[in-house]
Design a protein around this ligand. Structure first.
Ligand code: NAD
Ligand code: LMR
Length: 328
C-alpha cells in the first residue's frame, strides 16, 4: 500500500447515518480503493453515546478492512478534528414527523459554531468539510463563519440527496437508466424550497424536458415529490433517511476529491455572487469537480419560472442566515 493515510473525521458517528456511512468510507468507496484512511469519530460525551460508539468501532475492527489504517473515538471536537483532511459533520438532531428542517436551527445551530471553531484551530488547512446535519445549508454557513482562518470554499452543505432523488424520479418518469442522466441541477436550500431543474438535463443525449414534455408534471408532481421526500420517508419509517443520506455524503465527497469527469453534480457551496446570489450564502449550485476543486457551471439560462424558484429558496436561506447572527 503506497499512499499515505488521510484523516477522515465523522461526527454523530454512533447515529443512524454514521452507521450507514463509516463502513463504506473504510472500504474505500469514498476516497478510492487505494486510499488508506484513519477515522476520527466524534460523539457527545454522554455515556450511552460513547458506549454505542465503542460498539461501532468493534464492528469496524471486525470487518478487517485493508484500507482502515486507524480508528479513534473522541468526545471533543478539538481532538476529533486534529489534522483532519476531510470532515463529515453529521452529528445533530434529526427532525420528527410534522417538523420542518429549519425548526432544527435553534437546537442544532450552536453545534456548528463550536465545531467550526475547532476546525479553524486544529484541522488541516486544506480540510474538505461537508455538513449533513440539518438545516444543512445554514449549519454549513455557521461553521464557515466560525472558521475565519480556513478558506470559505472548504465548507459545503449536502444537496446531493436532493440531486439523487431528482435523478431517480426522472429515470422512473422516462423509463431510462438513472446513470444516463446528465446536466441536472438543484438550486438553493436543502428544504422543500429547493429547485430541482431538469431544463438542461439529457438522458442518452436526448433532452429530458422534451422527453417528458409536461410542465404541469414538473410543477405539480416532480418538484413537490423531490422537495418533500425527506418528510415522506419520516412518515413511512418513523425515522429520517439514513442509508440514502450516507450514500449522498459518499457521492458528494468522492466527487469533490476524485472529480466528476465533466458531469454536473449538485453541491451546497458559499456563493461568490454567481447567478445573482449574494456572496457567502451557502447555496445549492450545479458544479463539476476536478483536481480536488469544484467549479460552478456557468452560463445556464435562468427563465422567469426558474428565477421565481431561485428567489424563493434564496429568501428562505437569507432569513435563516439572519436568524443565526447571534451565533456568529
Ligand atoms: P441520529 O439521531 O441517528 O444520530 C445523530 C448522532 O449525532 C447521535 O448519535 C448524537 O449523539 C450525535 N450528536 C449530536 N450532537 C452531536 C455533537 N455536538 N457532536 C457529535 N455528535 C453529536 O440522527 P441521523 O439520522 O444520523 O441524522 C443526523 C443529522 O443529519 C440530522 O440533523 C438529520 O436531519 C440530518 N440529515 C441530513 C440530510 C441531508 O440531506 N442534508 C439527510 C438526512 C439526515
Ligand atoms: C432528508 O432530506 O431526508 C433529510 O434532510 C432528513 C429530513 O429531515 O428530511
Amino acid at each position: 500500500m503506497s499512499k499515505k493515510p488521510v484523516r477522515v473525521a465523522v461526527t454523530g458517528a454512533a447515529g443512524q447515518i454514521g452507521y450507514a456511512l463509516l463502513f463504506r468510507i473504510a472500504s474505500g468507496e469514498m476516497l478510492g480503493k487505494d486510499q488508506p484512511v484513519i477515522l476520527q469519530l466524534l460523539e457527545i460525551p454522554d455515556e450511552k453515546a460513547q458506549n454505542a460508539l465503542k460498539g461501532v468501532i468493534m464492528e469496524l475492527e471486525d470487518c478487517a478492512f485493508p484500507l482502515l489504517a486507524g480508528i479513534e473515538a473522541h468526545s471533543d471536537p478539538m481532538t476529533a478534528f486534529k489534522d483532519t483532511d476531510y470532515a463529515l459533520l453529521v452529528g445533530s438532531r434529526p427532525r420528527g414527523p410534522g417538523m420542518e428542517r429549519a425548526e432544527l436551527l435553534s437546537i442544532n445551530g450552536a453545534i456548528f459554531t463550536t465545531q467550526g471553531k475547532a476546525l479553524n484551530a486544529v484541522a488541516s488547512r486544506n480540510v474538505k468539510v461537508l455538513v449533513v446535519g440539518n438545516p444543512a445549508n445554514t449549519n454549513a454557513y455557521i461553521a464557515m463563519k466560525s472558521a475565519p482562518d480556513l478558506p470559505a470554499k472548504n465548507f459545503t452543505a449536502m444537496l446531493r440527496l436532493d440531486h439523487n432523488r431528482a435523478a431517480s424520479q426522472l429515470a422512473a418518469k422516462t423509463g431510462k437508466a438513472v446513470a444516463a442522466i446528465e446536466k441536472l441541477a438543484v438550486w438553493g436550500n436543502h428544504s422543500p424550497t429547493m429547485y430541482a431543474d431538469y431544463r438542461n438535463a439529457t438522458i442518452d443525449g436526448q433532452s429530458v424536458k422534451e422527453l417528458i414534455n409536461d410542465e404541469q408534471w414538473n410543477r405539480e408532481v416532480f418538484l413537490p415529490t423531490v422537495g418533500k421526500r425527506g418528510a415522506a420517508i419520516i412518515a413511512a419509517r418513523g425515522l429520517s433517511s439514513a442509508a440514502s443520506a450516507a450514500n449522498a455524503a459518499i457521492d458528494h465527497m468522492r466527487d469533490w476529491a476524485l472529480g466528476t469527469n465533466g458531469k454536473w453534480v449538485t453541491m451546497g457551496i458559499p456563493s461568490g455572487g454567481e447567478y445573482g446570489i449574494p456572496k457567502e450564502v451557502m447555496f445549492g449550485y450545479p458544479v463539476t469537480c476536478e483536481g480536488g476543486e469544484y467549479k460552478i457551471v456557468q452560463g445556464i439560462e435562468i427563465d422567469a419560472f426558474s428565477q421565481e424558484c431561485i428567489n424563493k429558496t434564496l429568501k428562505e436561506l437569507t432569513d435563516e442566515q439572519d436568524g443565526v447572527k447571534h451565533l456568529l
